[in-house]
Ligand binder design. Structure first.
Ligand SMILES: N[C@@H](Cc1c[nH]c[nH+]1)C(=O)O
Length: 378
């Protein structure tokens, strides 16, 4: 967190008063979070994404089984006294949107474009400094994971981020399913988990020991997108993977309109259910990742699977970067201010605080103007 922000904003976490990782959003953070949510949703809506509002909790199994590849995660579970079944608080809204798309909106033509915003809750903190309760918002395009669908999703995510006033935007691209597909195709290995671990640590010696020497070029091919893609192209993955690299190049080109782009083809942390494409978004001054997205697969009740692409953005890191704090002009109206003045000023965009008692003061109400027949700066 930058020093200017921490000087302006009181400490977000009330230690000991709330469980670890939970917070009260105080002024001006609470308002900033709402402003940022509105700015981002306003950027998403004109692309045709209709809002859905799934519930805060639902049956555990539907949260964990809806998306193919999603690992059983730690969920905050409770027994519902009414149904006597285990329900869980949502850690992420994408699976809920997947459930809605596969069931109640299963009859709607594809692609189906849905947007959402609301709190999510994780049992563990995802990153240093991050909270367990987060305000998540996003958009999901259901019915395709074509590169064009991902280009649309990535563009909207970045437009939404830019709409908050965020500066120094950067995008990390990843290819979450690449290693698994190479293992099933041109580069077979005996112990895939060991190879994945070595790639996570970018550890050449461990990679050799795991029998994954063929994968060494993937460690080198991480960095600025242009160079990383060139390195991947010379890694001899075979014809079948050329189209994948062309697609990654298109995504890099899309993202480069908004900021700097890097590629790490083996990054998988936080991409448990994403398939061929994944991305993380960052902005200057924000202490944590702002969002993530990519392609994934929804399981329908009849067993068939449907491709989708989407993104989620998290509001709190942007608040920590000092964004969303509206510069409202606050005016103090002393006792006896004529009727109608307050209302007029408020419709003109002022925050007008009316005195209740003689001893009320502009200072105590954080006002920088006072009304004395006109708005006078203090
Ligand atoms: N919900 C995912 C991101 C995502 C949305 N759609 C696809 N992926 C997350 O927050 O990490």
């Amino acid at each position: 967190m930058s020093s200017t922000v921490s000087a302006e904003l009181p400490d977000p976490i009330a230690k000991g008063l709330l469980p670890e990782g939970f917070r009260d959003r105080l002024p001006p953070r609470a308002e900033a979070a709402v402003n940022l949510e509105q700015a981002m949703m306003a950027a998403i809506r004109p692309h045709g994404y209709e809002r859905v509002a799934p519930p805060l909790a639902e049956f555990e199994e539907s949260l964990v089984t809806r998306l193919a590849g999603a690992e059983t995660q730690d969920l905050l579970r409770l027994i519902d006294p009414l149904s006597q079944r285990t329900i869980a608080l949502r850690p992420d809204m994408t699976a809920q949107v997947g459930r809605i798309a596969a069931t109640r909106l299963g009859h709607r033509p594809r692609p189906l474009r849905l947007a959402y915003a609301g709190p999510v809750l994780r049992v563990r903190k995802p990153q240093v400094g991050a909270t367990r309760e987060a305000l998540q918002l996003g958009a999901e395009l259901i019915g395709s994971d074509h590169v064009r669908a991902v280009e649309e999703i990535l563009t909207i995510a970045l437009e939404a981020l830019a709409a908050t006033g965020a500066k120094d935007i950067s995008v990390d691209l990843t290819l979450p399913s690449l290693v698994g597909e190479l293992a099933e195709g041109p580069w077979p290995v005996a112990d895939l988990p060991a190879v994945r671990n070595a790639l996570d640590g970018k550890d050449h010696a461990q990679l050799r020991a795991a029998g994954g020497t063929a994968y060494a070029p993937l460690i080198e091919a991480a960095g600025p997108a242009g160079e990383a893609l060139a390195a991947l192209r010379s890694a001899n993955m075979g014809e079948a993977f050329c189209a994948r690299l062309d697609a990654a190049e298109r995504l890099a080109a899309t993202a480069s309109r908004f900021g700097s782009v890097s590629l790490d083809p083996t990054e998988r942390l936080g991409f448990e259910y994403q398939t061929w494409a994944g991305f993380s978004l960052y902005a200057g001054g924000a202490p944590a990742e702002i969002g993530r997205g990519g392609t994934y697969t929804i399981r329908h009740p009849d067993g068939h699977e449907e491709a989708a692409a989407g993104f989620s953005l998290y509001v709190d890191p942007l608040v920590e970067a000092g964004l969303g704090i509206g510069a409202s002009r606050r005016i103090f109206l002393p006792l006896g201010t004529a009727d109608g003045i307050a209302q007029r000023l408020r419709t003109e965009g002022w925050v007008a605080v009316a005195a209740l008692f003689e001893e009320d003061s502009p200072e105590a109400n954080a006002c920088t103007y006072i009304w004395d027949g006109e708005a006078r700066p203090l």
